[in-house]
Design a protein. Structure first.
Length: 313
């Protein structure tokens, strides 16, 4: 699976300079920087933004910051030298990325942030993110339902440097903490990473073999936890994630996860490119800098309609 993602990322990169110029973009370069292209979520960010930019007549340069602020800073220097006209960015840290976005702005490259915010306004033109709090409350409500309002559970959280990790955890607990018969056994960060979640879950199971539920800050951690639970024969433990990946969809349909929550990242990436195009043509997006897009609960009932982080009608 990892090699398939890398191959897909390479195909995007190779295609960026070959795309014909047409329409409003007139061949100008839009840079797209996202996190690890080993993760299907970030692959879809890149794919959706790349496709929309080319449709509007721009050429594209797709890069991965690998959640590394230093690498991201080098990539900003790269796109400045390449004279990019706009930046679509899924950033490498809400504080650590401020300087990079400021550098792009100073060089005349407007930034349109997707998925993750930075802790400063007035630097990016737009910050378009999923309504992480609303999505987390949806997932938590389904988790409560699956557990029958009682039981012992653990929480896996994302990278502590990401605003989203804290927002999702707060959304979870604003729901879960209302139920006195729900007991949290452990809370650990697995940094959004599936393999790390697998290892963490193996360790947690040794300490808490009687756990009944796992709620995770994203799907990759939920899938890692689920795999560890399956390997340990804990097939009745309830698992809920957040992202809406195809792998999580399949796990929900197979009964290995109870639910996920769709972040409509395909829609968000397209919105960012469209707003960049509008800004480049008119000097304004016509919208506020901070924009929230609501999430959708995914269970067995509607999982069949989910594909590539979007719902079919």
């Amino acid at each position: 699976m990892k090699h398939a993602f890398l191959a897909g990322a390479a195909a995007i990169a190779l295609a960026t300079l070959a795309a014909p110029a047409h329409a409003e973009g007139s061949g100008k370069l839009i840079a797209i920087i996202t996190a690890s292209l080993n993760n299907p979520f970030f692959v879809q960010v890149a794919n959706a933004a790349d496709t929309e930019a080319k449709k509007l007549g721009y050429t594209t340069l797709v890069l991965s910051n690998d959640d590394d602020a230093a690498k991201q800073d080098q990539e900003i220097d790269n796109i400045i030298s390449r004279k990019a006209v706009a930046l679509i960015l899924d950033n490498a840290g809400s504080d650590a990325s401020i300087a990079a976005v400021e550098k792009a702005k100073k060089a005349g490259i407007p930034a349109f942030l997707v998925d993750r915010e930075i802790n400063k306004t007035g630097v990016a033109v737009a910050q378009i993110v999923s309504n992480n709090y609303q999505g987390a409350t949806l997932g938590a409500q389904e988790f409560v339902k699956a557990l029958g309002e009682k039981g012992r559970y653990v929480e896996l959280v994302g990278r502590e440097a990401d605003v989203n990790a804290g927002v999702r955890s707060k959304g979870y607990h604003d729901v879960l903490d209302q139920y006195p018969d729900l007991k949290i056994l452990d809370r650990q960060s697995a940094n959004w990473v599936q393999t790390e979640a697998y290892t963490k879950m193996e360790s947690i199971l040794q300490a808490h073999p009687d756990l009944e539920g796992v709620i995770a800050g994203n799907d990759t951690m939920a899938l890692g936890a689920s795999a560890a639970l399956q390997a340990a024969g804990k097939t009745k433990v309830h698992v809920v994630g957040l992202d809406g990946s195809n792998d999580a969809r399949d796990a929900v349909l197979a009964g290995k996860m109870d639910a996920t929550v769709l972040q409509p990242i395909t829609q968000i990436a397209i919105m960012a490119v469209d707003e960049a195009d509008q800004y480049l043509r008119t000097g304004s997006t016509g919208k506020p800098e901070k924009q929230l897009v609501d999430c959708v609960l995914i269970t067995k009932e509607n999982a069949g309609k989910l594909n590539n982080f979007a719902m079919s009608k």
